[in-house]
Design a binder for this molecule. Structure first.
Ligand SMILES: [Zn+2]
Length: 112
């Protein structure tokens, strides 16, 4: 028997599994098991000011960031909503308006 994790976004216990993804019926969040595992490990991601970032936070980019394959950089001051924390060099997984899904380094953002 598998124990389903609570929703990392809203904390709901009414989650279910669907094709390898966990789904929360209350806020519509979908996430995969590796994200849930990182939650339990207590992944620590800090912004440029040393503030702890959390899943779902909104941040602002503090410098122009070059994007592979894009003709324009992500501009300083760009606001990014609903970030996800991941392990690695680029430890923020997010969607940037005009660019799509993107991974950023937490040292180049600040919490809003
Ligand atoms: Zn939820």
């Amino acid at each position: 028997m598998t124990t389903l994790p609570n929703c990392p976004t809203c904390g709901s216990a009414y989650t279910y599994e669907d094709r390898g993804l966990f789904v929360c019926p209350e806020c519509g969040n979908e996430w995969n098991e590796s994200v849930a595992a990182q939650e339990e490990e207590g992944l620590v991601v800090k912004d440029s000011n040393g503030n702890l970032l959390q899943e779902g936070d909104s941040v602002t980019v503090i410098k122009d960031l070059k994007v592979k394959g894009a003709s324009n950089p992500i501009k300083q001051g760009t606001k990014v909503k609903n970030i996800r924390l991941v392990e690695g060099d680029h430890n923020i997984d997010c969607k940037v308006d005009g660019f799509g899904p993107m991974k950023l380094k937490s040292e180049f953002v600040k919490k809003n």
